[in-house]
Each structure stands twice: as C-alpha cells, then as structure tokens.
Design a protein around this ligand. Structure first.
Ligand code: BTN
Length: 279
C-alpha cells in the first residue's frame, strides 16, 4: 500500500544551486523500502534573459526520450510559474484569473520599489491567484511561510498550507531558493518549488519558479502518473539544414505538452526562434 508523499530542499553548501526533491516511499511484500523521487535543480543566472536555462529536472517520462533529445539540444529546462510580490501587507481579496500557472510571482509592494537586493519575505501572488506569505528569512537562509493555492486537484475545500524552504543570497543580492508545501490539511500530495528572485528595471521583484506536484498513489506500478508539472518546457534546437545554406546556430525553443495520459504518450507542440541566423 502507498506510503505518504514527501518533499525536501537541498541547499548545496559548495554551489549557488538549490535542488528540490519530491517523492513517495514504497514498501514491497518483502518489507524492502524504496523512495521514488523526482528533482528540480535551480542554478544561479545573472540576468533575467538567462532564466530559461536556469532549471533542469529529472522526470522519468522525459528521461525516457533523453537520448534523442540530447542529440539535437544541449540540456533541458522546465519553465515554471511567476510569482509577483505583494509587499509585506496582506494583499486582501483580489480578482483572480484562472489562466494556466506561469509559475512566476512579482513584487508590487510600494515599499519594495527602491530596494535592490531581493527579499523573499512578504506576500507573493501568481497568475492563478494563489498567494504565499514568506515569514522572516533566517541568517542561515531557511524560511517558513504559508501558501494559499487558488486551485486544487482535490474536491476537498482548499486550506492554508504550511511551507518551509531555503535560499542562497549572493553578493549581488540575487537569490535562488527552494521550498516544500505540505497540503496535508486537504490533500495527500506534496509540492516542491525551486526558483530565483529577480529585480526588474522598473523596481518590481519577481520570482521565477518551477514546481512539481507529487500525488499519492496506492501502488508502485502507478508511480509513473504521480508527479505533475505544468507541462511547459524550453530547450534549444540545432538544425542540420537551412533554407539559405548559411551557418546555423543553436536556437531557443519553447513548448508545452499535455498532462501524460493513461497511454503515456502526451501530445506536445513547440516553437523555435531562428532569429540568430535567419528571418
Ligand atoms: C492538490 O491539489 O493536491 C494540492 C494543491 C496543489 C496546488 C498546485 S501546486 C502548483 C500549482 N501552483 C499553485 O499555485 N497551485 C498549484
């Protein structure tokens, strides 16, 4: 029978990166325990334009095609969501849109406009309307807080859920971070988020995050369908042929795939921008 789901963050002491793991423990009929996990690794990037390459992941149904993928691109990245900072005050009730989660949150708090270093402490909101409050970040980079998700895969009423995490603050005041949300008050699942805080030119702070949601399954054979991401992906494409016959360059791609179905063959689409060498 399936055991509880879990998530944790590793704040690497020898690097600027942060990894979040999410998974479930299984015990077979001989009592042998096995942890099935997935992870997201967030690396530090200096500029917001490099955000696309900052997160890598290990997801079984992605790695199943990784040999083909690596033949045409170098590395993979998962896009996530955006969280906007609401400042230190509770943002109160606001109109929320039901758009797909872009996993990015930005700072709208007036008090933050002139502060250069990113500060996770405060209220953040994403484009789903989910709100998160990060309490004071400790000297060792650890923090706790509360997450109020606007959406859920369960039918039970949504409840405020505790989060714990860890951040790296570098000398520029930028930070990568990871945190785990435990939804136990209304769901058997666990979510992990990993991301980086950016200061935009207009003074707003934005968190670019990627998430994995681990649901509980009863049997190890169902493990393949237990972890969700938002289905967006980014990568690079090196074409072997060009219309002009000129020299091709590695070009960025962005795409989206459907949630993996029972058949295990999700459909997908992606767009490649060739503007580095072609119109
Ligand atoms: C559940 O449905 O089992 C628990 C709630 C999950 C909410 C997810 S976590 C990632 C995404 N971003 C949000 O703000 N909410 C959803």
């Amino acid at each position: 029978k399936g055991q509880p789901t879990f998530g944790f963050t590793v704040n690497w002491s020898f690097s600027d990166s942060i990894t979040v793991f999410t998974g479930q423990c299984f015990v077979d009929e001989n009592g042998k325990e096995e942890l099935r996990t997935m992870w997201l690794l967030r690396s530090h990037v200096d500029k917001i334009k490099d955000d696309w390459k900052a997160t890598s992941c290990a997801i079984p149904y992605h790695s199943a095609v990784s040999m083909i993928k690596e033949a045409v691109s170098s590395g993979s990245a998962v896009s996530g969501g955006t969280l906007l900072c609401q400042g230190d005050e509770h943002p109160g009730e606001k109109k929320t849109s039901k758009k797909k989660d872009k996993a990015t949150m930005s700072c709208l708090g007036e008090s933050r406009r002139h502060i250069k270093p990113c500060n996770l402490t405060g209220w953040w909101e994403n484009d789903l309307g989910s709100k998160m409050q990060v309490f004071k970040v400790g000297k060792d980079g650890t923090f706790s807080g509360e997450y109020h998700t606007a959406v859920s895969s369960t039918k039970k009423p949504i409840q405020l859920s505790p989060l714990t995490g860890s951040q790296h603050l570098d000398e520029d005041g930028q930070c990568t971070f990871g945190f785990t949300v435990n939804w136990k008050k209304f769901s058997d699942s666990t979510a992990v988020f990993v991301g980086q805080c950016f200061n935009r030119d207009d003074g707003k702070e934005v968190l670019h995050t990627s998430w994995l949601l681990r649901e509980k399954v009863g049997w190890e054979s169902d493990n393949w369908k237990a972890t969700r991401d938002n289905g967006d992906f980014q990568g690079q494409y090196l074409t072997r042929v060009t219309l002009s016959g000129g020299c091709a360059q590695i070009s960025p791609l962005r795409g989206t795939q459907q949630q993996i179905g029972e058949e295990g063959w999700p459909t997908f689409a992606f767009t490649v921008r060739w503007d580095k060498f072609s119109n």
